[in-house]
Structures are given as C-alpha cells and as structure tokens.
Design a binder for this molecule. Structure first.
Ligand code: NAD
Ligand code: ZN
Length: 462
C-alpha cells in the first residue's frame, strides 16, 4: 500500500514529539524512509536526516487502510546539523550531461567544485523540465554551448556556502532561479524591474561570474553551466542572488515548479498584464507556463479566458485551469487574431503569449482591443526571430510588453508565492502530470517533445 502523504507534515510517535516531513513519493510497509525533522513545526530551521536501512535508524511503517503510523524514538535520529562534511571539498556525484545538441543526456560522474565568493553549493532533490531546457538542448535557434548541464526548475537544500554569503546557511531550503537579484543595482532597487544588472538571465554564459570558470568537470575537463542553475545534477553551484530561500515545510517535489514555469506564467498575468475583474484574456500556448497564466487570469477574476493552442489535446486539460473557450488556429483559414477579434467584439482586453513562436507572438499582440489592450510576451523565441507588425497597431493604443520570470524578484517575491501554495490559494498538483527517476531523465524530454503532460518531476534520489 502506498501513501499520498509525500511532502506533508506528519506527527511521529516518540518523546519528545517531533514533526517530520516525508521526502518520498510512495511508502510501502517496511520501507526505509527519508524525512526531515523539525523541533518546532512553524519557525525552526529543519534538519535533514536520511534514514538509512541500518537497523538503528530504520523507521517502521504500519499501514492501516489509508492511514499509517511511524514509530521512531527521537534518540534513534542522529541529526547532521550542517550537512557540510564536504564543505570546501570537491564532491563527486551524478549529473546528466548534454554532450551534443539533440542527443540523449548521459548520466556521468562529475566533480563539483566548492562554492566560491558569493556562491552556494546545493543538493538538488527534485528538478523538472521546462521547454527552455529543450530549446537549448536542441540548440536549433540558440547558440550551442556543449558539453553542458541543463536544468533550471528545481528545489534543493544548501550544502555549503562560499565566502561572503550571509543570507543562507547549510540546511536551508531553496529554489534556484535562472535570473537573479543582487539587491544592489538600479533594477533591484526599482519596484518595476526584475532585470538585475549583475544576474539577469544569460543563456550564452556557461561559467560562474566570479572567475569565469565552471564548477563542473569530468577528469579535469570543464562542463558548462546553464542559466546559472544547472539543476540536472545531484549537486550544483549557484550564485547566492539566484536562490530563493523558502519555507522549509513546503514540499520540494511540488514547489520546485515555482522555480521557473509556474511563477513565470502566473506573474505574467498578475504582475504584467494585470487584467481587471470581468475582463477577457487570451492565452497563447497551453503548456504549463500558459496554464499558469490562465490560472493568474482566473485569480484576477477574468470572465472570459480564451485558450489558443495548435495541440487540441491541451483543451480538455485546460478546463481545470479556468479556460472558458478554445481556439485552434488550425481550424480556421483566417489569422487567429481576426478570429479572436470577432469573438470578442474587437479584441481581448489582455493577452499572454506562452509559445515561443513568433507567429503566435504577433497574433497575441494583434488580437488585443485597440484603446486599452495589453499583450505580454513570455515565450523564448528563435534567436533570429523578428517581430513585425504595422506601427498603426501601436498608434491605436495597444500596448506590447514582455517579461522574464513574470516580473517576480526571485529572492524578495518567490517565498511569498510558495506561501500562496501553502495557504491553498494556489494549486500546484494539477500541473504535475508525470514523474521519472533521475536515471530516466530522457523520458521527460520525450514527453515534452510529444506534447504530453505539463510538468514531469525528476526525482534525484531514484
Ligand atoms: P510547452 O511546450 O509545454 O507549451 C507550449 C505550448 O504552445 C504547446 O502546447 C504548443 O502546442 C503551443 N504552441 C506552439 N506553437 C503555437 C502556436 N503558433 N500557436 C498556438 N500554440 C502554440 O512549453 P512551456 O514549458 O509551457 O513554455 C512555454 C514558453 O515559455 C517556452 O517558449 C519557454 O521557453 C518560455 N518560458 C519563458 C520564460 C520567461 O521568463 N520569459 C520562463 C519559462 C518558460
Ligand atoms: Zn541587481
């Protein structure tokens, strides 16, 4: 019998009572389990302990229909406060290396150097695949940088910190983010921008800022980083400014998807498009990012949410995210912007583009109502793509905007997005359609290429 309590806090028998969080997805009777322990369920930093199969630290699970109990006395749990026995040392661990464009990733043993000035080394527990990884792996419309460790949507735990890092310590739970927040530059000080001068997304850089070197190597040969995160590795090194410290009780196998796609779509609507109550919103592309944008429209009180996608399989799924109407551009001879203008008496109030395709970007702009319509571009286009539209479309008082990461500042804002999930204002489970062990990471790529599912969680410990 398996349990669905993953990531939930459960109370454990034994004295003194402690609160434990299970890290595994499925628990069967007499399994050994991994869990985190907290002395105080609300505020205390959690200490991580992996329970091995050795008899002294084994937990016994008894299942009783859907309920189960865990018996373990506190003195059987030896906590490893710092998790940093490897601090300052090179760690050898598994990583999925992209050796060449479009070729399956290969699980290799890599060396991960210790974190340098303002850097943090983290243990990744869960990562997921976003379309941006696939674009840079295919490298069709992007600069090829190989060999590289991709991955940027993840949840992990701080293993050790480099010189100058004061906000994080070993054991902290973090979400790495592809764009950072130095907290000192004009952008970080501006309320409007999240385009940090120092740490904004740079897809061509494959090295760390501090010394322009990689922290990953195989037999001394460097392996490049990806957008400062490289989460397809059991351990990775990230600039402190690209790490959001989150509530340690938040289940990392769920909130890891807030590290990129879901926050991006949600923020694109809530922070950038800002639809008014009872307004109409078109969402182009009903992948995880687009559905998160639809979720934002629903939360904002939009009355019509028009989903646009070439893949009709997305439509059924999209109903769960508040999408009220669907348009498949393939079903019409005329441009989709004309179809939407006819459906909405001149155009939608807001549109959010989440496809990465230039035609969809242009349609998303041209389908907003003149006078007040606002279109927001989110998709990452081919590097040579050019946005062409008649200037009259702008003169007629339509607004075109774009955003990275939904305008969220990763360190300042993401902890509160995690709290939205913890308070049940935001549902994440419906975005998670698949799960694979790290050894089968290429399956996650296959699913995304086939357009199946939304987010596939990759479990690092499996
Ligand atoms: P996804 O592949 O899961 O979803 C994309 C969807 O768009 C698919 O359902 C596809 O059928 C649809 N689509 C493709 N071309 C279309 C067209 N011309 N018209 C209508 N629908 C079309 O991808 P995802 O993970 O949801 O990511 C979406 C986009 O957002 C990608 O381009 C990704 O790189 C980008 N992204 C941007 C940011 C940012 O900060 N700006 C962050 C994350 C992802
Ligand atoms: Zn900055």
């Amino acid at each position: 019998m398996s349990s669905t309590t993953t990531g939930q806090v459960i109370r454990c028998k034994g004295k003194p009572p402690h609160v434990y969080q299970i890290l595994q997805t499925q628990i069967k009777p007499s399994d050994s389990i991994s869990f985190k322990r907290s002395l105080d369920p609300i505020n205390t930093r959690l200490l991580l302990k992996t329970i091995s199969s050795s008899s002294s630290s084994q937990a016994i699970i008894k299942t009783n229909s859907s309920r189960f109990k865990i018996f373990c006395s506190s003195d059987q749990v030896t906590t490893n406060k710092s998790m940093s026995t490897n601090a300052g040392q090179v760690i050898r661990c598994k990583a999925a290396v992209a050796w060449e464009a479009g070729k399956p990733l290969v699980i290799e043993e890599v060396e991960v150097a210790p974190p340098q000035k303002m850097e943090v080394r983290i243990k990744i527990l869960f990562t997921s695949l976003c379309h941006t990884d696939v674009y840079f792996w295919e490298a069709k419309g992007q600069n090829p940088v190989f060999p590289r460790i991709l991955g940027h949507e993840a949840g992990g735990i701080v293993e050790s910190v480099g010189e100058g890092v004061t906000d994080l310590q070993p054991g902290d739970h973090v979400l790495p983010v592809f764009t950072g927040e130095c907290k000192e530059c004009a952008h970080c000080k501006s309320e409007e921008s999240n385009m940090c001068d120092l740490l904004r997304i740079n897809t061509d850089r494959g090295v760390m800022l501090h010394d322009q070197k990689s922290r990953f190597s195989i037999n001394g040969k460097p392996i490049f980083h990806f957008v400062g995160t490289s989460t397809f590795s059991e351990y990775t090194v990230v600039h402190v400014g690209c790490l959001a410290k989150i509530n340690p009780l938040a289940p990392l196998d769920k909130v890891c998807i807030l590290s990129c796609g879901i926050s991006t779509g949600l923020g694109a609507t809530l922070n950038v498009a800002k639809p008014k109550k009872a307004s109409s919103v078109a969402v182009f592309g009903l992948g995880a990012v687009g559905l998160a944008a639809a979720e934002g429209a629903r939360i904002a009180g939009a009355s019509r949410i028009i989903g646009v996608d070439l893949n009709a399989n997305r439509f059924e799924l999209a109903k769960k995210f508040g999408v009220t109407e669907f348009v498949n551009p393939k079903d019409y001879k005329k441009p989709v912007q004309e179809v939407i203008a006819e459906m909405t008496n001149g155009g939608v109030d807001r549109s959010v583009e989440c496809t990465g395709h230039i035609d969809a970007m242009i349609s998303a702009f041209e389908c907003v109502h003149d006078g007040w319509g606002v279109a927001v571009l989110v998709g990452v286009p081919h590097k040579d793509a050019v946005f062409k539209t008649g200037p009259i479309n702008l003169l007629n008082e339509r607004t075109l905007k774009g955003t990275f990461f939904g305008n969220y500042k990763p360190r300042s804002d993401i902890p509160s997005v995690v709290e939205k999930y913890m308070n049940k204002e935001l549902e994440l489970e419906k975005f998670i359609t698949h799960e694979v062990p790290f050894s089968e990471i290429n399956k996650a790529f296959d699913l995304m290429l086939k357009g199946e599912g939304l987010r596939c969680i990759i479990r690092m410990d499996a």
